[in-house]
Design a protein around this ligand. Structure first.
Ligand code: EPZ
Length: 422
């Protein structure tokens, strides 16, 4: 397995291009199942999760080709041969469950493996099931698979979700586009990736309003046609790289960044003493003066502080002046980066869903292990600011969500290289 060697090398300066959003692409790709006509995505990120979704769609009989070095994904699900998403693919990537709604809507049946737990939590699918059952689906759990059918087709309904689940919102909205009648989805998730999905579905002929608010209304239509859609900028990659000058000093411009994508995160950075300003080409980030100040963080559904930036923010708080309390309210086990940061000299105490971080002047490089996607990049951020060398192992986690990390950070002066594993 490969590892990444990072050596603390002082302030970072220059530009980092931000790619298309992994979590938008992973819901836009299954949308191809809703139509017989081709769906093409541009500005797609080059990530292993995208390859996994490609393999899943191909296992269903869809044609998926990756063009222009992976930045364009051309898909057609004209001749599907299966409506079963196998465990061996779904267990690798939970987002595989996003084929459930589209398959049910187009074919009236779907067999999708439960994803099983992952490092950050149990990640059940009860909210997906409740929403699709509200649309008339009959769903039964058998041998670890959800067996879903809607023989007479799905019917529009009013449904309020118990929690604003991102994936459940995406599955229900996609299914409702082909249901008979009107669906009103209440307590819907408001993430920008959902807004991006709706904009794509609308290009395909769907009739949807309210995206980005807690109530989304969908008028079912008989069929959807093809489209071409540009994937929205990845706000989590954006936020991650905003932290690089924050933790190391210097000034970095994030190309393609937009303040609207990271409003609450940028406000937290501002309170910590890091300036974020909009430029012609993106966002410019720099410390306002010396050491950053400790701030408290509570993760919440959008537009609150994103859970996917909690691990990275913790790395910054490890070097801040004062004590920061980070509360993780979305996932039950998302502090696995904490013990690894402690190996680097951080002062962190975890009690249940709360981590208390008392900042230290400097972290010390050490061998550490990535445990999940966002934890892996938080360790790299810590290594950029630490004294000496940090080796991050198991970087396959990193490849799931960050393209060309070494090249992007080298480009702003970081001392970083990828070490080929056996
Ligand atoms: C999406 O996951 C993202 N993944 C996650 O990003 C992100 O952390 C999460 O939303 C929250 O923002 C993709 O978009 C591919 P949820 P999702 O349904 O849809 C519980 C990353 O690092 N829940 O909003 O699975 C669940 O257990 C990944 O890029 C139920 O209880 O998130 C969790 O505690 C990690 N029942 C909470 O809700 C359900 O039926 C949030 O889950 C569904 C979810």
């Amino acid at each position: 397995m490969d590892s990444i060697l990072v050596t603390g090398n002082g302030p970072l300066n220059g530009q980092i291009p931000i790619a298309g959003a992994k979590n938008a692409c992973l819901t836009l790709m299954p949308a191809t199942l809703l139509s017989e006509e081709p769906l093409t995505l541009t500005n797609a990120p080059r990530l292993s999760d995208i390859k996994t979704m490609t393999a899943l769609l191909q296992s269903l009989g869809a044609e998926v080709s990756s063009l222009q070095d992976g930045q364009v994904i051309a898909m057609s699900s004209h001749n599907l041969t299966s409506q079963t998403a196998d465990y061996d693919i779904v267990r690798k990537m939970r987002a595989s469950n996003l084929v459930l709604g589209p398959l049910l809507a187009r074919f009236g049946q779907a067999v999708v493996s439960l994803p099983g737990g992952c490092a950050i939590g149990a990640r059940p699918m009860d909210l997906h099931v409740e929403g699709l059952e509200a649309l008339g689906a009959e769903i039964e759990l058998k041998d670890g698979y959800l067996h879903a059918k809607a023989p007479g087709g799905l019917k529009g309904a009013v449904h309020e979700m118990r929690f604003a689940s991102v994936g459940a919102t995406e599955n229900i909205v996609m299914a409702a586009t082909l249901a008979k009648g009107t669906t009103v989805l209440k307590n819907a998730a408001r993430e920008p990736e959902i807004v991006d999905l709706v904009e794509c579905l609308r290009k395909m002929g769907a009739q949807i309003s309210g995206e980005g608010s807690s109530t989304i209304e969908i008028q079912g239509v008989d069929r959807l046609h093809g489209a071409t859609h540009q994937v929205v900028t990845d706000r989590i990659e954006l936020g991650t790289y905003m932290l690089a000058p924050a933790i190391c000093g210097g000034e970095v411009e994030l190309l393609g960044g937009r303040m609207a994508l990271v409003e609450s995160f940028a406000a937290k950075l501002d309170a910590a003493g890091v300036s974020v300003t909009e430029t012609q080409n993106g966002l410019k980030v720099a410390r306002k003066n010396g050491r950053v100040q400790a701030v408290d963080v509570v993760t919440e559904p959008f537009p609150g502080f994103p859970t996917d930036l909690q691990a990275q923010m913790m790395a910054l708080m490890c070097t801040a002046e004062g004590t920061s309390v980070l509360e993780e309210r979305i996932f039950e086990n998302r502090f696995m980066h904490a013990p690894e940061l402690v190996r680097m000299g951080a002062n962190i105490e975890v009690h249940g869903g709360t981590a208390t971080v008392t900042g230290v002047e400097t972290l010390k490089g050490a061998p550490v292990m990535a445990t999940d996607l966002r934890a892996s990049v938080s360790l790299i951020l810590a290594g950029l600011a630490a004294e000496g060398e940090t080796t991050v192992s198991r970087v396959y986690h990193l490849d799931r969500g960050y393209e060309h990390v070494v090249r992007k950070l080298e480009g702003v002066g970081a001392k970083i290289e990828r070490i080929k594993g056996e």
